[in-house]
Design a protein around this ligand. Structure first.
Ligand SMILES: [Fe+2]
Ligand SMILES: [Fe+2]
Length: 262
């Protein structure tokens, strides 16, 4: 069975949520999408997510929500992380951190998709080894899902590419998030795993990775703090569409997308 998977990069603030609301159903219909995975770690005013925003993102057509280093920025999401099966915390945080290690979604065609989020460790806050964590999780997930997809939320391109190669042939798709800039390296790795270093950002591109240009520049020039409000203008959805064969578990195609406001 072939499955069309849409993966959408970090949704930033109301602008990001609004464009999802306007465009996501159209993309799902135009590309016969079977499963939508949305990274929403910046959905609430640029940092974190609330229960209400999670529910709205699911209502726009998302099936699975991943997060990242801002997972607990809004504490309101913790009860949802503990109860819902389609939203995940990064799996390699402390074993005492709230939330699931993987999200599950059963597509209309019957295939079960599992998604794991991992944090990188280069230029990031401390977390457990993402390689060791995914190796142990895969032993369990193989029996629970038809296809396995990984969101590697990391700063360094090298670390994301290393995770991609480590998981080549073991999962169907590895996509990077966190840096908010879409990379042009989407490809199928030698053993059949689809890969891209970063999906890019969903929100205002007339910005410094989603935030107001003036204050970010002022802050960097003066080394003094200024509020980093979510920017406006050039609102776009960024991501990829991958076709995965649930029998071979391999990725057949992977293509970048960017969709602007009407
Ligand atoms: Fe982000
Ligand atoms: Fe992040």
């Amino acid at each position: 069975m072939k499955l069309n998977i849409l993966c959408i990069g970090d949704v930033v603030g109301k602008a990001g949520r609004d464009i999802l609301d306007q465009q996501l159903r159209k993309i799902i219909d135009a590309h016969s999408i079977d499963c939508v995975i949305v990274n929403a770690e910046n959905a609430a005013a640029g940092s974190g997510i609330t229960k209400k925003i999670y529910q709205k993102i699911i209502a726009t057509g998302a099936n699975i929500v991943t997060l990242g280093d801002h997972v607990y920025r809004k504490r309101d999401i913790i009860s949802t992380l503990e109860t819902a099966d389609n939203i995940v915390k990064p799996a390699n945080l402390s074993i005492s951190a709230s939330g699931r290690d993987y999200a599950i979604y059963t597509t209309a065609k019957g295939a079960v998709v599992a998604v794991v989020s991992l944090l990188g460790r280069v230029f990031m806050k401390p977390s457990d080894c993402p390689f060791a964590k995914i190796d142990s999780l895969l032993l369990k997930l193989k029996n629970e899902a038809d296809i396995i997809i990984i969101d590697i939320h990391a700063e360094a391109t090298s670390e994301k590419i290393a995770i991609g190669h480590h998981l080549d042939g073991k999962v169907s798709l590895v996509f990077g998030t966190h840096t908010h800039v879409q990379t042009a390296d989407e490809r199928i790795l030698p053993k059949g795993t689809g890969f891209i270093t970063d999906l890019g950002m969903t929100g205002p591109h007339n910005s410094v990775i989603g935030r107001n240009i003036e204050n970010v520049v002022k802050s960097m020039r003066t080394q003094m703090p200024f509020p980093f409000e979510v920017a406006t203008g050039d609102n776009k959805i960024s991501g990829i569409i991958a076709t995965i064969d649930s029998t071979t578990k391999k990725c057949d195609t992977i293509n970048r997308i960017q969709v602007s406001d009407d």
